[in-house]
Design a binder for this molecule. Structure first.
Ligand SMILES: C[S@@+](CC[C@H](N)C(=O)[O-])C[C@H]1O[C@@H](n2cnc3c(N)ncnc32)[C@H](O)[C@@H]1O
Length: 351
């Protein structure tokens, strides 16, 4: 890594701890010890976690529990298990993950594969105890206030019961904890899975089908790539535009649930958390830096609230946003019952 950047990171961390937290900082950045992130989303989440841990003032020897919700193939957990330990040698991290088996997005064997991948790539993680497969209707399988950190990557836009998601998030996160979620919101102009503009905003099934057909004919969709990939795997099957439209409108209708930022704020608030999208712009500046081949440190220096808000206002139309929530120490411990949260969020959505 560029020596100046490295120095900046160390200085910035030292400054933070001196001004705000006393003397107990232990953040280290040695690019040789941290595996290269497979995706920009993993690096962005690592940067947020580092920044927020520093903000809370970590104590040497402290043990932090992290949960990856909707952990999918387990690759984010593998990355974080190595990267966090390298960045914070005097802290201990216990990583957990869970996913749901009845949502319909993942292939039947995905969980078994994720477990095998984690055991091979990050042995010693006690993954058999710490990875769980549940139903999307179940409460999360952890005690209240169990976690210091909760993350999710490209999950929230698929969650059907979002009041349950947020009430469980508020329940398992302890009073000093935080959560970070990277996902595309309803504001996004182009639906990111199909690459069709506004497709996720159309609620009427016939209108959606007609729109997918029209955009595909204008080559404004993933149809050409989809048909080519399908033909190479199963040449005998039907890969017509109609098949594409049918499959993808079903996907959008049943497997996605896009919310506006205002709706998300209401859900977080109803479950006793404060929420903000202050890191949204950082994801885009990171993407830009990696396109330009610039090396970056996994730590975000302070950003004035106004410029963070402006960046979010622009970037939310382009691709994923980053939601940050924090527990409310006044309300903890003892989360609100799920039924109360659901009733409140329903009322706030109708209002
Ligand atoms: C696009 S995948 C992302 C997987 C993984 N986070 C990644 O980055 O590769 C979306 C994931 O969300 C999970 N999911 C859907 N509804 C969920 C819910 N209510 N709670 C937790 N995970 C959920 C799906 O099973 C799926 O694994």
């Amino acid at each position: 890594m560029n020596g100046n950047v490295k120095q900046d990171v160390i200085m910035s961390v030292a400054l933070h701890s001196k001004l705000e937290f006393g003397s107990t900082t232990s953040f280290r950045w040695d690019a040789d010890l941290v595996p290269k992130a497979e995706s920009q989303t993993h690096f962005h989440l690592l940067s947020i976690i580092n920044t927020e841990i520093q903000r809370r003032g970590p104590l040497s020897g402290e043990r932090l529990r992290l949960l990856d919700v909707g952990c999918g193939d387990g690759k984010l957990l593998i990355y974080l298990s190595v990267a966090l330990q390298a960045c914070w040698p005097s802290l201990k991290f216990d990583l957990y993950g869970f996913d749901v088996g009845d949502h319909g997005l993942q292939a039947p064997s995905f969980f078994k594969d994720a477990l095998a991948r984690l055991e091979a790539a990050a042995p010693g993680g006690k993954w058999r105890e710490r990875l769980a497969l549940i139903s999307e209707h179940d409460p999360w399988p952890y005690e209240a206030d169990f976690f210091d950190i909760v993350v999710s990557n490209q999950v929230l836009e698929h969650v059907r019961d979002q009041p349950l998601f947020f009430s469980e998030l508020g329940r398992v996160l302890n009073a000093k904890g935080f959560s970070a979620h990277l996902y595309p919101s309803r504001h996004c102009v182009v639906e990111p899975h199909l690459q069709v503009p506004f497709a996720h905003r159309l609620r009427d099934a016939d209108l959606l089908d007609a729109w997918l057909r029209l955009c595909s004919r204008m080559r404004l969709s993933s149809y050409p790539g989809w048909a080519q990939a399908r033909r190479s795997i199963t040449p005998s099957l039907n890969h017509s535009l109609e098949t594409y439209v049918r499959e993808h409108s079903t996907f959008l209708t049943h497997l996605t649930n896009y919310k506006t930022q205002r709706e998300t704020h209401s859900l977080a608030k109803a479950s006793g958390q404060t929420s903000s999208f202050c890191y949204t712009g950082r994801y885009f500046s990171g993407k830009l830096a990696s396109i330009l081949g610039r090396e970056r440190a996994p730590f975000y220096a302070d950003n004035p609230a106004m410029s963070a808000a402006l960046a979010n206002l622009v970037c939310r139309y382009l691709s994923s946003v980053t939601l940050l929530t924090r527990g409310d120490p006044e309300r903890k411990p003892g989360a609100m019952p799920v039924s109360t949260v659901r009733a409140r969020s329903l009322l706030s959505l109708l209002a």
